[in-house]
Structures are given as C-alpha cells and as structure tokens.
Design a protein around this ligand. Sequence first.
Ligand SMILES: NC(=O)c1ccc[n+]([C@@H]2O[C@H](COP(=O)([O-])OP(=O)(O)OC[C@H]3O[C@@H](n4cnc5c(N)ncnc54)[C@H](OP(=O)(O)O)[C@@H]3O)[C@@H](O)[C@H]2O)c1
Length: 178
Amino acid sequence: MTNIKVTLIAAMSIDGFIAPADKEALPSTTWTSKEDWQFFTRQSKAIGTMILGSKTFETIKRALPERQMIVMTSHQEKYSEFQDPSLIFTGESPEEILSNLAKRGVKEVALCGGSQIYTLFMQRNLVDELILTVEPYVFGQGIKLFNENLDQRFTLVKQEKLNENGTIAFFYKRILEK
Ligand SMILES: NC(=O)c1ccc[n+]([C@@H]2O[C@H](COP(=O)([O-])OP(=O)(O)OC[C@H]3O[C@@H](n4cnc5c(N)ncnc54)[C@H](OP(=O)(O)O)[C@@H]3O)[C@@H](O)[C@H]2O)c1
C-alpha cells in the first residue's frame, strides 16, 4: 500500500454514462461543456500526474501540458512513436504504478478513465476521492462510469456549479468504515 491520494475525475451524463454508445454521432468534445474541460484542466494540473487507459488516450493522442500522463496498456510497443517524456506507457498493475510513483515522491494522482481503469482501481480499493462533473445530458445508452459490482461509500464534501446550463462538479470523499 502507498499513501498516494487517488482522485477519480470523470464527466458524466445525468443518467450515469461517461460516453454515449454512438461516439461517432456525439464525440466527447460536443457533449461536455467548455467549462468542464477548463475545470478538468485546472484539477489535473493541480494534481500533476494522470493515469488513464489506452482507449482514453486514443481519444486524446497527445501529451497534455504540465502533466505527467501514465497510460495503461498491455501493448506498449504500439506507442513507440510518442517520445514525449511526459508520456509513460506501462503494463504495470495499479499497485506497481502507485508504488513506483511514491518512490519518485509523487503524493497524488488523477485517475482519468475510462470505465475499465476507473473500475480496476475501485475494485482494488485504491480510490480516495471522486470529482464527478454531471453534464445536463441524457444518453439512454453508453459506457457506464463503472462496469462491475462495487460496494463503497462516499460522502459529498462540496459541489460547484460550473455554468448557467447547470453543469455541476460534485466532490466526494471515501468513507472507510461501514
Ligand atoms: N467522461 C469522462 O470523463 C471520460 C473519461 C475518460 C474516458 N472516457 C471515455 O471512456 C471511453 C474509454 O473507456 P474504456 O473503458 O473503453 O477504456 P479505457 O479504460 O480508457 O482503456 C482500456 C484499456 O486500458 C488498458 N488496460 C486495462 N486494464 C489494464 C491492466 N490491468 N493493465 C494494463 N493495461 C490495462 C487496456 O489497453 P490495451 O488494450 O492497449 O492493452 C484496455 O484496452 C472513451 O469513449 C472515452 O471517451 C470518458
């Protein structure tokens, strides 16, 4: 176990999806608000280190400035074209990633998705805080925030309205004892 704080950051539809089923028709840049992107940028820069899955990286395909990005993949060779030192492609487990970061003095990480990576860290009880931005959008079908059974409790610490349309960021902290 490390003492790195893990903060899961996600934008969600009202009905609990992080991406619509038809991503071609509704790319992530069109359903999330400008204010959510600015909020995400502020939060992730303040934390400094991001962990994400290869499928999420494929939607960005670049290093985001002023952040270290750790991309989880079992196919590191596919990403040899990306030589930016702020991008690390790894097949390590969540525990190994966190332990190596702790050895380098990292104190906190932003867990940036997608569903597979969020679920992996949640299943291993590694998530301390959630920052969920709810966009006033309904998809009906899509990729859920988590894709396995989980049993963890959180308490709402604060909420912040990001724009007039009602995009709201909810900050939750994990309750350890039941
Ligand atoms: N709304 C939001 O805030 C938000 C945030 C992030 C993403 N998203 C959306 O979520 C979708 C992607 O989510 P997703 O669940 O399909 O994929 P994902 O979690 O982004 O990435 C899954 C990939 O991560 C790698 N991986 C998973 N477990 C691993 C392990 N134990 N060790 C090493 N690598 C591992 C595998 O890569 P390889 O196949 O390369 O081995 C796997 O295919 C996209 O549509 C994206 O736009 C939304």
